[in-house]
Design a protein around this ligand. Structure first.
Ligand code: IPD
Ligand code: CA
Ligand code: CA
Length: 259
């Protein structure tokens, strides 16, 4: 077993443990569990506690590795870097809507080697290792082969850091092009849908590395494409992402350019 395989197994069991903690904490939630960070922007006690758990477990197992998490920021400067969103889709999680997930990626010199997404309410554990394919619950997954816009489903995320007008222009242009559209409030779940062949593309005008790195590897290892800024800039500042099955990308890129 090489070290990356063992990191993968470690990340999978860590995601399962983290997901259980998030579910347990939600069951026991009392006043003050949810806090507002701004307009329609929430953090729960579980976001912080789950990140603390993941960070502690990684530090115990791989003390030399660096860590980047949504809640606590970055620690360490190793070329071996874990990128973690403890709960992606917090606004769904806190409402008992099922579209949320734990997202754990591992990078070597900013190249994504491992991606794990665990969606506890959906009961799905998804993972990918660079060059080894993508899997959900032990079964290989593949992006769809749909190239017909009239059959295509585009998933989108809405970044509050970008103008809503561009988002609405894109939705209108997607319908004008005969495509269908969904927004489900969790980048991980949208990316997973593309990797599973349930949607053709995922687009968001700005995401952070913790939202997207695990899902991007899942999609490319499932045979799809991932267009964004280079990973070093992405880790630093976030990026626009267009991730898809490869057959709708050009059409969608033209819509993005005009929106
Ligand atoms: C957010 C969700 C949302 C996406 C945002 C993310 P959070 O993550 O993934 O769908 O549109 O860009 O920030 O705040 O729930 O971890
Ligand atoms: Ca997120
Ligand atoms: Ca989050």
């Amino acid at each position: 077993m090489n070290s990356e395989i063992s990191r993968l197994e470690f990340a999978k069991s860590l995601a399962l443990e983290a997901g259980k903690l998030a579910q347990d904490m939600r069951t026991k939630a009392s006043n003050g569990f949810i806090k507002s960070k701004g307009l329609q922007d929430f953090v729960t006690e579980a976001d912080r506690e789950v990140e603390r758990l993941i960070k502690t477990r990684i530090a115990a197992q791989y003390p030399d590795d660096a860590f980047l998490g949504e809640e606590g920021g970055s620690q360490g400067d190793s070329t071996s870097l874990w990128v973690v969103d403890p709960i992606d889709g917090t606004a769904n999680y806190m409402r008992n809507l099922p579209d949320w997930a734990i997202s754990i990626a591992f990078c070597q010199s900013n190249v994504i080697q491992i991606g794990v997404i665990y969606a506890p309410d959906m009961g799905n554990l998804a993972w990918a290792k660079l060059g080894d394919g993508a899997y959900v619950d032990d079964k290989p997954i593949h992006v769809s082969d749909c190239s017909d816009p009239a059959m295509a489903l585009i998933m989108m995320g809405r970044s509050s850091r970008r103008p809503v007008k561009n988002y609405l222009n894109m939705v209108a242009a997607i319908f004008d092009a005969g495509m269908e559209y969904r927004r489900n409030g969790a980048a991980t779940i949208g990316l997973l849908a593309v990797a599973l062949g349930r949607a053709e593309s995922y687009y968001e005008a700005h995401v952070n590395a913790w939202d997207a790195f695990a899902g991007m590897l899942l999609v490319t290892e499932a045979g799809g494409t991932s267009n964004h800024d280079g990973n070093t800039a992405f880790i630093q500042d976030g990026s626009k992402i267009l991730v898809g099955n490869g057959h709708i990308d050009a059409r969608l890129q033209a819509i993005i350019d005009l929106s």
